[in-house]
Design a binder for this molecule. Structure first.
Ligand code: CAO
Length: 546
């Protein structure tokens, strides 16, 4: 087996292994990084140097290693593709040749193989804006860059944009500093091109040249800067993502992966030493983002900014209390709804003085039936009536978002507050039920919910939902839509209030109503008319028999 060794690491005696990029059994090419090492100045990837399969991984995270130490053993792969033993490959510094007088605009791809030249990296097409600002400079003069390595990050008032190197080589000069305004074509940096394959394809980039022995082992200035100020990192175990424009503390492997996946490293929480962003952090970030359905990666840096985790122990004593499964699942559903649906809530109040009088008049009958008649049964009855008149409220949007799916049934979801969390059982065919039947269904489903006896079928298929906080209190709230429904009615606590009857204020029983709706499916006028009609029906329930 061929040994992969630590190359020349400059003027330091030993460095720390901070990242393993492979596992035993992995097939690698000569340029694939095996480990990342770090001195107190910078970090560096150690490439395999040859093709093959990792037979043994000698190095472990946290190991202190010196030049010549064996870090892994390689079972030979494609012998023809093996250029040289790893140690030799890694130890042979590629000195940056002197810049030549090649024209600045000479495309690197046109540069003959192995012929040194100087190219100027410029601001690319920035669309319809005249000027953008340099918010991050990621290279310094003397840095070695590979094709695809980031040079600067630019930002307009709409989005941010990374500018990668299109040529491998050594940075001769950096022409911008942070906060500089630049335009399309402005000079960013001059690169002394050393590589044979100066193309824009990352895959074609030559192996990263190890730095000369006399220089610190830095793969990018971003690493150097970050390493230079490790004490500035927060104490929390997982370091929150940095704010836009701040230097990200990450190794080349993580940077490359982030670039490949289109992830903005500044939004990734680092779990490595001193908050370093590892490859696993990038992967975990992508998984989380996909799970949440938030296309942060594709949003050009305009995704939802994450809330940084806080180490509360810095402020006082705390304890962890699990939310419980119902709350966790509920939280995910609410979050999904809130992020996906443009919610608008209209508020109104219904004069239910006559309805309350009628309900109270049925008290004896209710006792005889062993039932309990709350305002909610009447509200649901009135709702089903109004939904029949406004079918787009008893609907969903189809996957294209271009069609309503109108429901020829009315299954009413009802939010129930239980000690374990919020659940929404469904009253099937609520429009077919009378007030007594609705009352019985409300009691039965609420009990089943609180006893945790609801079956999945009893919690699915709703076409509209109601959330009544009337027994608890409140004059209005913004209920969150229960997808794929397009609207939900929130009910507050009814109270006696003054109503102007044309001559004087009279005391009336007023019921607060809050209608949240999906603004993609329903517009404000429709919502206003829906609520006005509901108020009308609740104000005079004789309308239900018409
Ligand atoms: N105004 C004033 N009083 C009201 C009222 C209202 N809008 N609605 C109900 N009440 C009264 C009832 O009449 C009853 O009074 P009595 O005991 O004197 O008869 C009392 O409040 C308790 O009612 P209830 O809660 O037992 O029954 P309900 O039919 O009104 O509601 C249910 C059933 C399951 C919807 C309710 O118990 C519940 O869980 N509500 C919470 C829903 C929730 O959490 N929504 C928030 C979701 S968003 O986080």
């Amino acid at each position: 087996m061929q040994e992969i060794k630590i190359p020349d690491i400059g003027d330091v005696d030993s460095v720390e292994v901070i990242e393993l990029c492979v596992a035993v059994g992995d097939v690698v090419g000569p340029d694939d990084p095996i480990i990342v090492i770090e001195s107190d100045k910078a970090s560096m990837e150690v490439p395999a140097g040859a093709s093959g399969t990792i037979g043994e991984l000698v190095a472990a995270i946290g190991d202190s290693v010196s030049e010549g130490d064996v870090i892994a053993r390689l079972e030979a792969g494609d012998a023809a593709a093996t250029p040289a033993p790893a140690a030799e490959t890694a130890a042979a510094p590629q000195a940056a040749p002197e810049p030549t007088s090649a024209p600045e605009s000479t495309p690197a791809a046109a540069t003959p193989a192995a012929e040194a030249s100087s190219v100027t990296a410029r601001v690319p097409d920035i669309g319809d804006v005249d000027e953008v600002v340099v918010i991050e400079v990621l290279v310094n003069a003397g840095d070695t860059v590979a094709v695809g390595d980031l040079l600067v990050v630019l930002e307009s008032d709409k989005a941010s944009m990374e500018v990668p190197a299109e040529h491998a080589g050594t940075i001769d000069a950096v022409h911008v500093t942070e906060n500089d305004p630049v335009r399309e074509g402005s000079e960013l940096a001059t690169i002394a091109v050393t590589a044979a394959s100066a193309t824009s394809a990352v895959a074609d980039a030559p192996p990263a040249a190890p730095p000369p022995a006399s220089e610190p082992v830095a793969t990018s200035s971003a690493d150097s800067e970050a390493v230079a100020a490790p004490t500035a990192q927060p104490e929390a175990a997982s370091v929150p993502p940095t704010s836009a424009g701040a230097t990200v503390y990450a190794g080349p492997a993580a940077r490359r992966l982030a670039r490949e996946l289109g992830v903005d490293l500044a939004t990734v929480a680092g779990s490595g030493d001193k908050g370093r962003v590892l490859k696993d952090d990038v992967k975990a970030h992508v998984k989380k983002t996909l799970k949440e359905g938030v296309a942060t990666a594709a949003s050009g840096g305009m995704g939802i900014p994450p809330i940084p985790p806080v180490d509360f122990s810095r402020y006082g004593e705390t304890e962890l209390q699990p939310l419980g499964r119902t709350r966790v699942v509920g939280a995910q559903n609410l979050h999904r709804s809130w992020l996906n649906i443009p919610h608008v809530t209209n508020h109104d109040q219904a004069d239910v003085t006559e309805l309350e009088a009628f309900r109270k008049s049925l008290k004896g009958e209710a006792e005889r039936r062993g039932a309990k008649l709350t305002p909610l049964a009447f509200i649901i009855k009135a709702l089903t009536h109004v939904l029949a008149e406004f079918p787009t409220f008893n609907a969903s949007l189809d996957a294209s978002g271009e069609n309503y799916v109108l429901k020829h049934y009315c299954h009413m979801g009802m939010a129930v507050d239980t000690p374990g969390g919020l659940v929404v059982p469904v009253i099937r065919d609520a429009d077919q039920l009378g007030v007594w039947e609705l009352s019985a269904a409300i009691i039965e489903l609420a009990e089943a919910a609180r006893d945790r006896k609801l079956k999945p079928a009893q919690m699915s298929g709703g076409s509209f939902s109601v959330s009544s906080l009337g027994n608890i209190g409140g004059t209005g709230f913004t209920p969150i839509i229960n997808p794929p429904e397009v609207a939900i009615l929130g009910v507050g606590r009814l109270d006696t209030g003054p109503v102007w009857n044309g001559e004087r204020f009279v005391p009336r029983k007023l019921l607060p109503l809050s209608l949240s709706y999906d603004h993609r499916a329903i517009n404000g006028g429709e919502a206003g008319r829906f609520l006005a009609r509901l108020r009308e029906v609740l104000g005079d329930v004789r309308q239900l028999i018409l």
